[in-house]
Write a protein that binds this ligand. Structure first.
Ligand code: IPM
Ligand code: MG
Length: 365
């Protein structure tokens, strides 16, 4: 098979972890006989520096003519001024929006060999294996008005939390489908005791539930969810949440796995056969971590979240389940052998840098 992939490394540790994910993909290509056809594009702060925009048109064109997109990370202190005309983060937000990637799958798994790397008690971590489905193209991130201005009585800023029933329906439907394929339990997160958008969310979720009587649906308020995710993480299977709640809860949930550097994600335009036009969509795969400017350039970033994102790409965009599992098994294997990047080395082990970690994972594929 020919795998035509747009590679968007971005800023900070993005290019460092991307190089390792590519090593792993090339190993997959050699073992399973696939041609890995990569084309690089610019995005984020480095694109602002060279093109004046975080998402140059040629990057969008590149994405549209590829079969899938691998994305590293964007941002950094250099572009962080509140008055900056262009922001690196707008690059990734614009791609998500323009490709209609409303469904962001964030699996959270605890590897037995990393159980002591998390600050959460091992007894609570046993059996943790969940998927957080984050709505990715609506809510506070995108709805208008969204602006800052000066009035006679001082400065004001506004972001809008708005959801249409269509946006809620399609993400909740994806969540029910995922739950149906797993343990048939779905938890929907909202703040329905305060927010109108959440009351609509809950109503629509209950309506969609009628199509999935075999799945158990539980509603939970986001503040209670934040607590319960740490207190009883193993009790969750599929969680669905609006954009910002999902952003916050997945950073929290990553602590269960030992490090944010471990977490992959897939951004999809829904599911084939479930969501309209999902068959022809181009999906994007990215680790949930950011550009980590504090450790960029030191060669110590954890490439596992990026490599596992590549595995999700093999599965969801190319239907290559065996290949995806080969990558996942390699990651599990090198962790069991004791290889650790510094972020997951609190229990000791063989501490290695980004490149070495990529090489050992690729070597096991
Ligand atoms: C994430 C990140 C992004 C988000 C930022 C970089 C815009 O935090 O993917 O979780 O908030 O979506
Ligand atoms: Mg985030």
């Amino acid at each position: 098979m020919n795998l035509k992939i747009a590679i968007l490394p971005g800023d900070g540790i993005g290019p460092e972890v991307m190089a390792e994910a590519i090593k792993v993909l090339e190993a997959v290509g050699r073992r399973f006989g696939h041609a890995i056809d990569l084309e690089y594009g610019r995005i984020g702060g480095n694109a602002i520096d060279d093109f004046g925009t975080p998402l140059p048109d040629e990057t969008v064109d590149l994405c549209r003519r590829s079969d899938a997109i691998l994305f590293g990370a964007v941002g950094g202190p250099k572009w962080d001024s509140p008055d900056a005309a262009a922001r690196p983060e707008d690059g990734i937000l614009a791609i998500r929006k323009s490709l209609g990637l409303f469904a962001n799958l964030r699996p959270v798994k605890v590897y037995p060999s990393l159980i002591n790397s998390s600050p959460v008690k091992p007894s609570l971590l046993e059996g943790v294996d969940m998927i957080v489905l984050r709505e990715l193209t609506g809510g506070l991130y995108f709805a208008r008005p969204k602006r800052r201005w000066t009035t006679k009585s001082g400065r004001r800023g506004v972001d809008t939390l708005r959801y249409t029933e269509h946006e809620i329906e399609r993400i909740v439907r994806v969540a029910f489908e995922l739950a149906r394929g797993r343990s048939k339990r779905l938890t929907s997160v909202d703040k329905a005791n305060v927010l109108e958008s959440s009351r609509l969310w809950r109503q629509v979720a209950d309506e969609v539930h009628e199509d999935y009587p075999d799945v158990e649906l539980e509603h939970i308020l986001v503040d209670a969810a934040a607590m319960s995710l740490i207190r009883s993480p193993a009790s969750y299977d599929v969680i669905v949440a609006e954009n910002m709640f999902g952003d916050i809860l997945t950073d929290e949930a990553s602590v269960l796995s030992g490090s944010m550097g471990m977490q992959p994600s897939a951004s999809l335009a829904g599911l084939p056969g479930v969501t309209e036009n999902a068959e022809s969509a181009i999906s994007l795969y990215e680790p949930i971590h950011g550009s980590a400017p504090d450790i960029a350039g030191q060669g110590i970033a954890n490439p596992i979240g990026m490599a596992l994102s590549a595995a999700m790409m093999l599965r969801h965009s190319f239907g290559l389940e065996d290949e995806a599992q080969a990558v996942e098994a390699s990651v599990e294997g090198v962790l069991a052998e004791g290889y650790r990047t510094p972020d997951i080395a609190s229990d000791g082990g063989d501490v290695v840098g980004t490149e070495r970690m990529g090489t050992v994972i690729a070597g096991r594929v």
